[in-house]
Design a protein around this ligand. Structure first.
Ligand code: CTP
Length: 394
C-alpha cells in the first residue's frame, strides 16, 4: 500500500452523530497509509462511542478534556497538517463559523490555521436550515472543504440530504487535501479498462484489462487539482464525483468519446486496452449452434495514432503492453503514433500489468527513458503525471 500520508499529522475531530461508527474505518485507513492521527472527541460523541473504542481500534490517542493537558488545544492544532471533522454536526459547523470556543474541539478549531475538511452528518432539516447553510458557505469562503452529506435514509427515519459520506469518499478527499495542487490548470482525459467487441448481443471478444492503472491515473490527477474526465470500458471499479465518468463498451464508442472530449483536454492519457480487432459483422440476434463457425475480424481505429497526428492536439501519453522486455517496441510506438510519452509494461510478469495492484514500468519520452521499480499503481500514476507535467512545463 502506498504510504501517502507518511509524516503527516492529521487532527481528527469527532462530534455527536450516529454516523460516528463509520469514522473508525477512516482513521484506520489514515494510520495504515502512514499518518500520525490525534483524535478529539466532543462530550456528545462519547455518548455514541467511547474514546477507548477509538483508541483500541486505531491505536490513536484520543483527547476529550480541555483542562486535562492545559495547552492541548494549542499544541494539537499547531502541529496538524490537516484538520478533519467527521461526523460534523450542525452544532460544530455553526459554532466554528461564529468563533465559539467552548470545548476542546471548538477551541482547537479556533487556534488552527490550515486545510480543513468537514463531513456533515445531521437531519436534513438541520442541514438545509438557512443558518447552517450560511455558516457552511462562510466556512468555505475561508477555505474549508466539505465532503457530503449524501441523500438517503437518515437515523431519524426520514429521507433527505444528511447522511455522512462513506469512509472511502472521505479518505479520497483527505488525500486531495494533502496533495500538492500542481495540476489546477489541467483538463485531463484518461481512458481505462478493456473494450468489448460484440459478435452478437450476448457474446463479445475482450481482454484482461481491469482498468486499475487508468483509474489510478484519473484519481491521482484529480487529487492534484486537475479537472478529469475518465472514459472507461466495463470494469468493477468505483470512482468519486470529483471525476466525470463516461462509460463505453466498444472501441468505436471509445473513439467517439475521445474525439468528442478532445478539444476540452490539455492532456490525454490512453491507459485503456483498446481492442485492435473487431468482428466485421455484429449479429443483431443470438447466433445458434451449428457447425464450425468462422468470425472475420477487421482492425479498429487506432485512437492514439489518430490523435497523435492531429495538427492541434493536447499532450498525449500512451501505454505499451508487451509480453517480454520489448522496450524498443514501445519506443517505436512513441514515434509511429507521434505522441509525447509512452509507458512500457511487461504483462507477462505476475505482479505487473493486467488485474494486479502493482506495476513495473519504463516511462519513455523523446528526451529520456526512466525505468521504475515495482510499485503500486497509485505510485506509478504519480510518476507518470510528474514526468508529464515536467515535459509540459519544459
Ligand atoms: N490504442 C488505441 N487504439 C487502438 C489500440 C490501442 O488508442 N485501437 C492505444 C492503447 O490505449 C495504448 C497504445 O495504443 O495506449 C498501445 O496499444 P498496443 O496494443 O500496445 O499497441 P498497438 O499499437 O496496438 O501495437 P501492437 O498490437 O502491434 O503491439
Amino acid at each position: 500500500m502506498a504510504k501517502m500520508f507518511k509524516g503527516k499529522n492529521i487532527l481528527f475531530g469527532v462530534t455527536g452523530s450516529i454516523a460516528v461508527y463509520k469514522v473508525i474505518d477512516v482513521i484506520r485507513a489514515l494510520v495504515q497509509e502512514g499518518a500520525n492521527v490525534s483524535v478529539i472527541m466532543t462530550e456528545a460523541s462519547c455518548k455514541f462511542i467511547t474514546p477507548l473504542c477509538i483508541e483500541s481500534t486505531t491505536g490513536c490517542k484520543v483527547f476529550t478534556d480541555m483542562f486535562k493537558d492545559t495547552f492541548s488545544h494549542i499544541e494539537l492544532a499547531r502541529k496538524a497538517d490537516l484538520f478533519v471533522i467527521a461526523p460534523a454536526t450542525a452544532n460544530i459547523i455553526n459554532k466554528s463559523a461564529n468563533g465559539i470556543a467552548d470545548d476542546l474541539l471548538s477551541t482547537a478549531l479556533l487556534v488552527y490555521r490550515g486545510p480543513l475538511i468537514f463531513a456533515p452528518a445531521m437531519n436534513w432539516r438541520m442541514y438545509e436550515n438557512p443558518v447552517t447553510q450560511k455558516n457552511l458557505q462562510y466556512l468555505k469562503t475561508l477555505g474549508a472543504k466539505t465532503v457530503g452529506p449524501e441523500p438517503g435514509l437518515l437515523a431519524c427515519g426520514e429521507e433527505g440530504l444528511g447522511r455522512m459520506s462513506e469512509p472511502d469518499k472521505i479518505i479520497e478527499h483527505i488525500r486531495s487535501a494533502l496533495t500538492q495542487q500542481d495540476m489546477l490548470n489541467e483538463r485531463v482525459l484518461v481512458t481505462a479498462g478493456p473494450t468489448r467487441e460484440h459478435i452478437d448481443p450476448i457474446r463479445f471478444i475482450s481482454n484482461r484489462s481491469s482498468g486499475k492503472m487508468g483509474y489510478a491515473i484519473a484519481r491521482a490527477a484529480a487529487r492534484r487539482g486537475a479537472e478529469v474526465t475518465l472514459i472507461s470500458g466495463p470494469t468493477y471499479l468505483k470512482i468519486y464525483d470529483n471525476i466525470k465518468l463516461i462509460e463505453i463498451n466498444s472501441s468505436d464508442e471509445m473513439y467517439n468519446a475521445v474525439m468528442e472530449n478532445l478539444s476540452y483536454a490539455t492532456m490525454l492519457i490512453m491507459a485503456a486496452a483498446v481492442a485492435d480487432y473487431k468482428p466485421v459483422k455484429t449479429f443483431t440476434e443470438k447466433i445458434h449452434k451449428s457447425n464450425n463457425f468462422i468470425i472475420e475480424f477487421t482492425q479498429t481505429k487506432d485512437i492514439l495514432y489518430e490523435v497523435g497526428h492531429l495538427s492541434k492536439r493536447p499532450f498525449v501519453v500512451g501505454f505499451s503492453a508487451e509480453t517480454g522486455p520489448k522496450v524498443d517496441r514501445a519506443k517505436e510506438k512513441l514515434f509511429k503514433k507521434n505522441i509525447d510519452m509512452i509507458v512500457f509494461n511487461d504483462i507477462s510478469k505476475s505482479n505487473s500489468g493486467f488485474d494486479v495492484d502493482t506495476n513495473e514500468v519504463v516511462i519513455i519520452d523523446r528526451l529520456e527513458q526512466k525505468e521504475l521499480p515495482l510499485m503500486s499503481k497509485e505510485e506509478v500514476a504519480m510518476e507518470i503525471l510528474n514526468r508529464a507535467m515536467q515535459l509540459k512545463n519544459f
